[in-house]
Ligand binder design. Structure first.
Ligand SMILES: C[S@@+](CC[C@H](N)C(=O)[O-])C[C@H]1O[C@@H](n2cnc3c(N)ncnc32)[C@H](O)[C@@H]1O
Length: 133
């Protein structure tokens, strides 16, 4: 903040608008995206056409990652915690190109892979070739 390296861009992820603007600017400046942190924002809705397009538009680098938090199990139960999940940016793009109605929770429930057997750390894979949601 103090060094003017953090910029606030208000927007509703479901409409894609702000994220498309960010993606377009990164591409114009020839900057690859190395980390996209979505918190658990995706959990509140299923992927819209506009959100999908805004992700497909992002210039993820080959090592670019998506980091998100996912609620597994009963929310707010005793012991409830956020579960952190990593995904290759390019794998997320493949999911966003996969037809069907689904959410990050669908992917988390059906596909997430634990990392080092830790209960609160996992990886989201690319969609299976035959995936139908
Ligand atoms: C649990 S909060 C995040 C907490 C925060 N990341 C933190 O670490 O303290 C979930 C966030 O998702 C955001 N969110 C949910 N739907 C959204 C949407 N459609 N567009 C943008 N943000 C959204 C909410 O505004 C909220 O800030």
């Amino acid at each position: 903040m103090e060094n003017d390296r953090i910029f606030l861009v208000p927007g509703d992820l479901r409409t894609g608008k702000a994220l498309v603007e960010i993606g377009d600017l990164l591409k114009k400046l020839k900057i690859e995206l190395n980390l996209l942190y979505l918190s658990n924002a995706e959990e509140f809705w299923s992927y819209t056409k506009e959100f999908r397009k805004s992700i497909i538009n992002l210039p993820f680098g080959d090592q670019g990652l998506v980091l998100r938090t996912v609620v597994i199990g009963k929310k707010y139960a005793i012991g409830w915690k956020f579960h952190y999940s990593f995904q290759q940016g390019k794998d997320f793009v493949k999911w966003m190109q996969t037809p069907g109605s689904f959410s990050s929770k669908t992917i988390a429930r059906k596909h997430r892979i634990p990392i080092d057997n830790k209960p609160y750390l996992s990886r989201f894979p690319a969609p299976p070739v035959s995936e139908k949601q």
